[in-house]
Design a protein around this ligand. Structure first.
Ligand code: ATP
Ligand code: MG
Length: 620
């Protein structure tokens, strides 16, 4: 393809090279890691059954900590900060000592290579120590969301078979104290789980019950220097299990490997951020969203950078975002569209309450980047490049993104970005035939990279084939709907399940990206709505603060959308949209409630109390 502007040419050249010779491309990228034994073979077999870096042995914790000691021992590996701006700096030497202590205790509790260790904590330094400690022993790390229901969490503990679980006694978010240990006690008493030992990290207080299965970390933590040898694991052994967000249905458990996954992630971030030695990278995410470990466990320390661990909610105070950036000189921010939208709704103060001159890039992930939030950020932070990366738990390597680390290319509002070297997407029609630019269709992948996950407990790959490879022969199906423009930029228009068939097939994002530019609208979701003779469009609107809902506003929004070519049947106003823990809108709930159907799995619904209002409003 011929590129219109210089940067894009470079990106496409690299993309073509990676496609022509993936073995060479990935062999080269694997050098980002220190291997105890170099792989014999780069790729063996075909997706989804392929293996990567076969017979290569490595240890994640060694790559993240030990190898930096000779030249970065005094460098700050992480800053920790909370909503009250209390903070702490952790050097690479500190990280080494703490990871070894944590690994020592886990080993004493019986954890060994191949076992799984579950973690339930806020974003505190111990979360990082225990993540890396689990990897030091060659164990599988499973990080859970604080706030999942007891039923969902007990299902996951059984699914991943963790005998050891590490928790913090408490967490703090949005000014509230969350009593994690009390919640877990109740869960372990009420549900059958494999957990035999509960390792508790005390946070200042000890007003919790201590049971026979409990081990209090402070009481068993070695005081002096301990060293635990990093266990060498084969590249294809499982490093971690993630569960999908549950946006379109029941969450799926996916496993990522030690070698391929790490190579893919580090390659991705080198291409997106092109991190430099003095970069300070803040990932605004809770622990349970894969984004947190992706950055803080598998990339920042592996590349020897400095990260910021933030405990709390960035919208807690309107000046928090600015203050944290100024305090630590943050240069890279990785976050979700929900968080960016939160900043916008807090108003100018959120980006003007400190010196933000260190900030050079903001990266979005998780949902299409809200065009309104993007415009607002551009206006207030004109020197900051706002980028996007589109990926999924099954394929933690960008499908499309803005690889600013390769070349300066413009971000096009509404798009997920351009082709990304090492990854290949194609937009196809119902029959799986590739479509020309500008035609809407299903997004499928030819994943020729080491980032494709395996499904958990799917030994012969049957479940994987059935779930992802059967809809379109020869392709991995993303479940997303979109189109490509003439420059090869990909536009994700929404989930294929959510496509509205109102004459033409319309992706939810097409409508939503217009509604959110209306001055009275803060957030919105569009879904198909059954009406006589077909499907109509229902728009669920969260009005801006201070705006009162009215029949007039309803008509005004309809009119506004009509001017952009969308005929809306119904507009309703709500105070909050139903979102997953990772901040994604659960449109299937809106659709089901509007149609009077079963709502299905809500195990990852962030705040189930939203259902009450939605039921009332949508049932009419
Ligand atoms: P489930 O698979 O359980 O329904 P989920 O798909 O939301 O949940 P994730 O793996 O966390 O679970 O999310 C991946 C999905 O998120 C993608 O398939 C896509 O729909 C959406 N997504 C992620 N990043 C972007 C982005 N930058 N632009 C557009 N969409 C994105
Ligand atoms: Mg999905």
């Amino acid at each position: 393809m011929e590129a219109k502007f210089y940067g894009l040419e470079k990106v496409i050249r690299e993309w073509e090279e990676a496609k022509r010779d993936p073995e060479k491309f990935w062999a080269d990228k694997s050098k980002v890691l220190t291997w105890f034994r170099r792989p014999d073979k780069i790729i063996e077999g075909q997706p989804p059954f392929e293996k990567w870096f076969v017979n290569g042995f490595l240890n994640i914790s060694y790559n993240a900590v030990d190898r930096h000691l000779p030249d970065k021992a005094e460098k700050v590996a992480f800053y920790w900060v909370n909503e009250r701006l209390e903070s702490k700096a952790i050097s690479y030497r500190d990280l080494y000592c703490e990871v070894n202590r944590a690994a020592y205790v886990l080993r004493e509790l019986g954890v060994k290579r191949g076992d799984s260790v579950s973690l339930l904590m806020p974003s505190i330094p111990e979360a990082l120590y225990f993540s890396l400690a689990a990897h030091r022993l060659g164990a599988t790390l499973v990080i859970h969301y604080v706030g999942l229901s007891a039923e969902t969490l007990s299902y996951r503990l059984n699914d991943c078979d963790s005998k050891v679980m590490v928790v913090a006694s408490k967490g703090f978010r949005n000014g509230n104290e969350i009593r994690i240990k009390d919640f877990v006690d109740k869960l372990l008493n009420e549900y059958k789980t494999p957990v035999e030992k509960l390792l508790v990290v005390k946070r200042g207080y000890d007003d919790f019950n201590v049971n026979s299965r409990d081990v209090i970390y402070e009481e068993v933590k070695p005081r002096g220097r301990v060293e635990v040898d990093p266990v060498a694991v084969e590249s294809n052994e499982t490093a971690t299990i993630y569960y999908t967000s549950g946006t379109t249905g029941r969450p799926k458990g996916l496993t990522h490997s030690n070698g391929g996954y790490l190579v893919a992630l580090n390659t991705a971030f080198k291409s997106i951020f092109s991190p430099k030695g003095d970069d300070v990278w803040w990932t605004i995410s809770e622990l349970g969203w894969p984004v947190w470990p992706m950055a803080n466990v598998y990339v920042i320390p592996v590349l020897g950078l400095t990260g910021v661990l933030f405990e709390g909610f960035v919208g807690y105070k309107s000046d928090l975002f600015s203050r944290i950036i100024e305090r630590f000189g943050v240069s890279l921010v990785w976050s979700s569209t929900t968080t960016l939208y939160t900043l916008k709704s807090l108003g100018e103060e959120s980006v003007k309450s400190g010196d933000l001159s260190s900030l050079r890039m903001i990266l979005n992930t998780g949902e299409p980047l809200n065009v309104g939030a993007w415009k607002w950020l551009r206006e207030h932070l004109p020197a900051v490049y706002i980028a996007d990366a589109y990926w999924m738990t099954e394929h933690l390597y960008p499908v499309a993104a803005t690889p600013f680390g390769i070349a300066e290319i413009p971000y096009k509002p509404g798009s997920a970005g351009s082709k990304f070297p090492g990854s290949e997407f194609i937009v196809v029609d119902d029959e799986g035939r590739p479509l020309p630019p500008k035609s809407k269709g299903y997004i499928v992948l030819r994943p020729n990279n080491p980032a494709l996950a395996k499904m958990h407990k799917d030994l012969n790959g049957e479940k994987m084939v059935k779930t992802y490879w059967s809809r379109f022969q020869g392709y991995f199906y993303t479940g997303d709907y979109g189109y490509v423009d003439e420059d090869g930029y990909l536009y994700v228009l929404g989930r294929a399940d959510d496509v509205i068939s109102s004459g033409e097939r319309i992706g939810t994002m097409e409508v939503e990206s217009v509604v959110v530019t209306h001055p009275a609208v803060a957030e919105a979701a569009a879904v198909g709505y059954k009406k006589e003779g077909g499907e109509g469009i229902l728009v669920v609107v969260v009005p801006k603060k201070g705006v009162s809902e009215s029949h007039q506003l309803e008509n005004e929004i309809k009119e506004y959308l009509r001017n952009s070519g969308y005929i809306i049947d119904r507009v309703v106003f709500v105070r909050r949209l139903p979102k997953t823990k990772s901040g994604k809108i659960m449109r299937r709930l809106l659709r089901a409630l509007a149609r009077g159907e079963e709502i299905g799995d809500v195990s990852t619904l962030d705040d189930p109390s939203v259902l009450e209002e939605l039921r009332k409003v949508l049932a009419q």
